[in-house]
Design a protein around this ligand. Structure first.
Ligand code: UD1
Ligand code: CA
Length: 476
């Protein structure tokens, strides 16, 4: 870390009662990561000397969800004293005694404040040489937020929490966004003096600005023009709304990078996904986790890709795929189900009503219709006939099927694994292949067909089938 006299404290100890959830609020995901993960991703971009996450409610679960992805973060346990003031106090106490810079306080439930917004916020705080700077916004509906009360000169006087506000104070539409910059000395001096004498019986961080003003210190406010950066998640309606705003931002970023997105409102792209220029995304498509899509590929409509790789100029429509690799110029769908470990070679095809799992399918090979291919290695130039399936499971173990280059199977072939089909081999329609097939051989396992003349008229007299057969036979 470069060190710029900055400590970031992320508040994530609250229960999030209004979510009515088993999952701690800050772990609810949007855009492929937990709410607090977005805040930490931004914190890391700001290159602070210290990043602290204050935890308490379900602390083990919260720590486990974040530790690996954010090794820079230090987790600080809040004690039984409730409130944002106490949360910041325990974090400040855990900073080195000689730390002498600014503290940026962020909330784990406000994921839309991006690094650029916070950088200019911090610059404004430093330029104003203020003891504290609040991020505020003027909103149509201030319900649920702390209100910013200004004095006669227009300076910040104090923050009043909604539950403690008079009717007149409650009518103020400038809200406290819950993001602050403080000089560390201010927090060390004032937090011990914050009480719990309020409607919620909590130590409010929001008391500090008023205390500073009464002592004649300067409190600045930075009013954001884009109010959405201040949006917090307290209930599930806000979770959906904030998720939608984040997605709109991600989609727009890719559009400006050269991706065609036909319908942004039904296209969901996780923050970790990567799309190349000239990719086209058709409606109702979810590009999730670390999915990577190469130039010229067309994905959708009605497609979900989770941790997939899609090659250049591939076409993937009406498909559900997880941990699958789709080669360049390959085609997948409609109605295909690609499970983990599917690797489709360049110019290959996985067609309608096909399920694959742990299957390598070589260059130019086709599985066009109604198949299950699991635990298989399929060579190049192979064509698996309609409804060819690998019987990979014997009720105890899974076994592999190996199909070498240029094999063509007949419709409805059952490959009973473990089994190997040598290069260029063929199978007859309906074959049940239990033994290896040598290169170039034709495997047949179905008994020769026997026609029993007159069976229908004799055994099904009076049916439409019997009548039709009788008519045709008398016409002959
Ligand atoms: C807080 C502010 C309010 C502001 C709003 C902006 C206070 C007293 N009020 O209200 O002025 O308008 O944010 O979104 O600060 N947390 C802890 N420990 C606690 C309590 C909360 O870490 O003991 C964390 C929560 O996990 C959450 C954040 O602090 O991430 C804010 O807490 P929350 O209860 O959501 O505060 P608000 O009521 O939204
Ligand atoms: Ca909140």
């Amino acid at each position: 870390m470069t060190g710029n006299n900055l400590a970031i404290i992320v508040l994530a100890a609250g229960q999030g009662t209004r979510m009515k959830s088993r999952l701690p609020k800050v772990l609810h995901p949007i855009g492929g990561r937990p709410l607090v993960g977005h805040v930490l991703t931004t914190a890391v971009r700001l290159e602070a000397d210290h990043i602290e996450v204050v935890v308490r409610h379900e602390r083990d679960q919260v720590v486990a969800a974040l530790r690996e992805d954010y090794p820079q973060a230090v987790f600080i346990d809040q004690d039984d004293v409730p409130g944002t003031g106490r949360a910041v106090q325990v974090a400040v106490d855990a900073l080195p005694a000689d730390f002498d810079g600014d503290v940026l306080v962020l909330s784990g439930d406000c994921p839309l404040a991006d690094a650029d917004t916070l950088r200019s916020f911090l610059e404004a705080h430093r330029a104003a040489d203020a003891a504290a700077t609040l991020m505020t916004a003027v909103v149509d509906d201030p319900n649920g937020y702390g209100r910013v009360i200004r004095d006669a000169d227009g300076g910040v006087d104090r923050i009043v929490e909604q539950k403690d506000a008079s009717a007149e104070e409650a009518s103020v539409r400038e809200i406290n966004a819950g993001m602050y910059a403080f000089r560390i000395g201010v927090l060390r001096q004032y937090l011990p003096a914050v009480g719990v004498d309020n409607a919620q019986g909590e130590m409010y961080l929001t008391d500090v600005p008023g205390m500073l003003r009464r002592d004649g210190s300067r409190v600045a406010a930075s009013v954001v023009s884009d109010v959405t950066v201040t949006y917090g998640v307290n209930d599930r309606a806000q979770l959906a709304e904030v998720g939608r705003l984040l997605n709109a931002r991600i989609v727009r970023r890719w559009q400006l990078d050269g991706v065609t997105v036909i319908d942004p409102s039904t296209t969901w792209i996780d923050d970790d996904a990567t799309l190349a220029p000239d990719v086209t995304i058709l409606p109702n498509t979810h590009i999730l986790r670390a999915t990577v899509i190469a130039e010229g590929a067309i994905v959708g409509p009605d497609t979900t890709l989770v941790d997939c790789e899609v090659g250049a100029d591939a076409i993937v429509r009406r498909t559900d795929a997880t941990l699958a690799v789709i080669g360049a110029e390959a085609t997948v769908g409609p109605f295909s189900f690609l499970r983990p470990g599917t690797v489709l070679g360049a110019r290959g095809k996985i067609g309608a009503y096909v399920e694959t799992k742990n299957a390598e399918i070589g260059e130019g090979s086709k599985v066009p219709h109604l198949s299950y291919v699991g635990d298989a290695t399929i060579g190049r130039g192979v064509n698996l006939g309609a409804s060819t399936i690998t019987a990979n499971y014997d009720d105890v173990n899974k076994h592999r099927t190996v199909v070498e280059d240029e094999v063509h199977t007949g419709s409805h072939t059952t490959l009973v694994a473990p089994v190997r089909l040598g290069a260029g081999a063929k199978t007859g329609a309906g074959a049940v292949v239990r033994k290896d097939v040598p290169a170039g051989a034709l495997a047949m396992s179905v008994a020769p067909q026997r026609n029993i003349e007159g069976w229908v008229e004799k055994n099904r007299a009076g049916t439409g089938a019997a009548d039709a057969a009788a008519r045709e036979r008398s016409a002959e």
